[in-house]
Design a protein around this ligand. Sequence first.
Ligand code: ZN
Length: 121
Amino acid sequence: MLDSKCIFCKIIKKEIPAKIIKENEHVMVIEDIHPKAPVHYLVLPKKHVININYLQESDFNLVTEMVKIVQEITKNIQDSTGKQVDFNLISNNGEGAGQSVFHMHWHFISGKNLYLDGFKL
Ligand SMILES: [Zn+2]
């Protein structure tokens, strides 16, 4: 259930190279090619779902798998004191919210406090 025109589906099929941080049968985590922080990964489900609004009941296991892989990743990243890192997970859903690739993904951002850098919610 991948879309042949989608850049993230092509990365998942390994038709386009990417720096893969971690993957399993459900999820792939890659480095963002335009990092906005010292650690900036993209968490992708291995199913073409446009965004959260398009998730179906049967897709919710993918969200669980995405959360689980994020936990696994943070276990391997420590700050300079050896403490497990703090991080942001950001999901843009729809063009009006800044989504630019229409395959659901979460930005995993660490090593930079976005709020001190002017980010506001
Ligand atoms: Zn896709």
